[in-house]
Design a protein around this ligand. Structure first.
Ligand code: HEC
Length: 504
């Protein structure tokens, strides 16, 4: 499979850039030909054009979460228990540094990954006729969790009543954006950083289809009718619609404005009542609505022009409004039906709006969101869009969660010296009632509730991490299960019913 992919994605033009780069680095005084070194030592596993094969893609867009010194360490010492070898005894420090600079240099042009390449990547590891129509284990199928363990690229299927792992299985390298359920929770779809979309059959505990929909992918969404999967890509600049049954590609939608300026796609969401997908664009001031219910013109794009780039936003429960922040700091409320901005609001602190949640507070609906740039939670009245309260926290947060049956909202302190803290806020008083520090010194993050809201599951975001189960009423720890950087957990019921306490 590796050689097939390498052959398939050889790009004309990139080799020219490789030698240009070598000339440049030679000219800069380093007598190291990074392109040649790459070809000799790395291309076999990472693809000649760095698009990834058996090993992950080595492009600046894909390496964002890995700092350069960490990349140098990986190349020098390898990664234990993986196929990434150590080069410390084969290459000099200078050569390794040249390779690091090389893999963080953008390709001269956006790599081609169109219908042909997507189709050719398609895999069907198990055939539907060989699979049972009943689950091969016993559990409340609506109260299952998928826990993504980024530490060693695995996922765990967890029984949400007993808090016991049912099955642990490998995933593609670096999952991104949260898995999504289809068809009443029988199937779960994953997107990986490098563009692989995988469909896993929970009944049979087996993958049934995979396809590489992009080179650098942000997330995926599944249509409410379970027929389609759509992937949002940074590389290339597009959205890709797949048949949810077998993941065959149906349509590639290039992301560009009328003048032809292309854009990365930040994220895509399902707007169930509208029978559409909503896409956030990074580089053009538009929000797109992609209609999947219209059989005459399937996947037609409606462009909603907005005042500024809205690459992170919140959608209200009935999907009539989106609330987004602009890069300059102000917020806007856009009515999806009219396609017009209907209000503006003050949102300092860079809220993480796609993690926003809502509840009823003193007879009105409020939206609460953590902030990425300041230690606070912002609570906003959803009728007037005025700020109801700014709740001070111990540092910037990333995820906020609650449940219809719980009086509490949980918010992490994701950044800074207090990253090991987790605040519990009383939704009735908007006060912090408890601050937990379940593993001092290690990041605690990302809550998800059980189906009935009786328990809250927390992640210790560390390679030597854990999943911690709390009684959601007493806030006491019930169980701790060791896991490898469990980045997120996703409850079948809460996700499929679009609980107002979680993101969708
Ligand atoms: C035999 C196959 C193989 C070869 C040869 C190889 N790699 Fe890797 N590399 C991998 C695999 C597999 C991983 C993913 C390891 C993991 O699961 O963390 C990886 C990971 C990496 C990473 C970390 C990526 C990330 O996002 O965390 C870097 C950087 C890297 N390789 C660079 C190189 C360079 C530079 C070379 C050549 C000097 C090279 N690799 C040669 C297989 C290989």
């Amino acid at each position: 499979m590796v050689t097939k992919i390498i052959d398939r994605c050889r790009l004309p033009g990139v080799w020219a850039a490789v030698s240009l780069f070598s000339l440049w680095s030679a000219g800069a005084g380093a007598a190291v030909d990074a392109g040649e070194l790459y070809k000799k030592h790395c291309a076999e596993c990472h693809n000649p054009d760095r698009l990834g094969a058996m090993g992950p893609a080595l492009l600046p867009q894909n390496l964002k979460r890995l700092r350069k010194p960490a990349a140098a360490r990986v190349i020098t010492t390898g990664r234990p228990a993986t196929q990434m070898p150590a080069f410390g005894d084969k290459l000099t420090g200078e050569q390794i540094q040249a390779l690091v600079d090389f893999v963080y240099t953008p390709l001269p042009e956006v790599p081609r990954w169109g219908m042909k390449e997507i189709r050719a990547s398609h895999l069907t590891p198990n055939r539907p006729e060989d699979l049972a129509d009943e689950p091969v284990f016993k559990a409340d199928m609506e109260n299952l969790f998928i826990v993504v363990e980024l530490g060693d690229h695995h996922a765990t299927l967890l029984d949400g009543d007993k808090f016991e792992p049912i099955y642990r299985f490998p995933t593609r390298f670096a999952l991104h954006g949260g898995p999504k359920y289809g068809r009443n929770g029988r199937y779960v779809y994953f997107a990986s950083r490098d563009g692989w979309i995988s469909k896993f059959d929970i009944y049979n505990l087996k993958y049934v289809a995979e396809v590489r929909a992009g080179i650098n992918t942000r997330n995926l969404a599944v249509s409410a009718d379970g027929r389609y999967v759509i992937a949002a890509n940074y590389l290339p600049h597009n959205l890709v619609v797949l048949d949810a049954d077998d993941l065959q590609p149906l349509k590639v939608i290039p992301a560009a404005d009328d003048a032809g300026h292309s854009s990365r796609v930040s994220a895509v969401y399902t707007a169930a009542p509208r029978q559409s997908f909503i896409a956030a664009l990074k580089d053009i001031p538009e929000v797109w609505e992609i209609d999947y219910g219209n059989r005459e013109r399937p996947f037609s794009v409606r462009r909603i022009r907005v005042k500024d780039y809205l690459d992170d936003f919140f959608m209200n429960q009935d999907y009539t409004r989106i609330v987004g922040t602009s890069r300059s700091g102000g917020g806007q409320v856009v009515d999806l039906d009219s396609g017009k901005a209907v209000d503006s609001l003050a949102l300092p602190g860079m809220p993480h709006l796609s993690s926003g949640i809502t509840w009823d507070y003193k007879g009105r609906r409020v939206l609460a969101t953590p902030n990425i740039k300041e230690g606070s939670v912002t609570v906003i009245d959803m009728q007037t869009w005025d700020m109801v309260k700014r709740i001070e926290t111990l540092g910037p947060g990333f995820f906020m969660r609650s449940h219809e049956n719980s009086p509490y909202a949980w918010v992490d302190v994701f950044f800074g010296p207090n990253k090991d803290a987790m605040h519990v806020i009383d939704k009735r008083t908007l006060e912090i009632v408890k601050t937990l520090r379940p593993a001092p010194g290690k990041t605690s993050a990302h809550i998800e509730f059980t189906k009935d809201g009786s328990h809250a599951l927390l992640s210790i975001w560390d390679d030597d991490g854990a999943l911690i189960v709390y009684d959601a009423k007493t806030l006491e720890e019930v169980k701790r299960i060791p896991m490898r950087k469990p980045s997120g957990k996703y409850n079948v019921h809460n996700k499929l019913t679009r609980s107002s306490g979680t993101s969708h």
